[in-house]
Design a protein around this ligand. Sequence first.
Ligand code: CP
Ligand code: NVA
Length: 315
Amino acid sequence: MKQGPVSQPRHFLDINLIDSADLRAMLDRAKARKMARSGQPKGVLDEDLPLAGKVLAMVFIQPSTRTRVSFDIGMRQLGGQTIVLNSDDLQLDRGETMADTARVLSRYVDAIMLRTKGHEMLEELVAHASVPVINGLTDASHPCQLMADIMTLEEHRGEIHKQVIAWSGDGNNVATSWIHGAAQFGYELRLGCPPQLSPSASAVQWARDNGADITVTQSVEEAVAGADCVVSDAWVSMHDDDEAAGNRHNMLAPFQVNEKLMARAKDDAVFMHCLPVHRGEEVTAEVIDGPRSLAWDEAENRLHAQKSILTWCLE
Ligand code: CP
Ligand code: NVA
């Protein structure tokens, strides 16, 4: 039998690896689908069911609420199905390699979403999978979150390239995706981080090389001055060593987002957080539960943005 050319699967691994026009199209489509569903009961399926018959495997080496539920519901709304695999359900926990897991899962399912500690595990999965792979968070980045966050900020403040965004705290995985996004979406990004927790130098270099306007400073006040949006995240991420947690709390205490810090931003500035939140640590309850907080819209938009990611990978 004659075989055609073998096409490469379309992976969603990082914001800096995807064409900016594709990212834009994904968000536009997410907004259109969200609008089409508005006013309908939550369980209603999208009319066109583009992923009917497709199955997504979701592999969780680390816990999740939003990523797990939003991908599951997103697949259902698009007509597809999911299978959730926690690491202790799999032979991975007994030493089977990620490479072998990738080869086997690729024989059963149409796409694989992975949440893991080490980014190298994602790379091993991609190297051996013959179906699309989606990064559902690693220690290095969280691209699905960034897509939902850009969608949310645009809904509240309009054109993204006109926004000044201030990050306060650990220069972590979520910060890296905001850095990639600065080049792809054209917003100004200022990161206020303690010197020991500064953001990925290679991500900052890549973004600057691609035209991004990025400032890295140890002064959170400087980062936030006149900003449209202030973003923070947990002081201790899932991949961080618990023993270092006390030390991180001391380092990050001056970076807490509270009303005093928000007062340095624009009068109508908004606050963003990917959740889960630790009230009284990276942000006060007053701010995260106050009128400027977009956290709940960000959580909702994980669903809408990821439906576009799924269709981009699978259609
Ligand atoms: N923001 C986010 O990724 O949340 P989960 O850890 O609950 O998936
Ligand atoms: N930086 C956090 C994000 C959680 C969604 C973590 O990696 O734990």
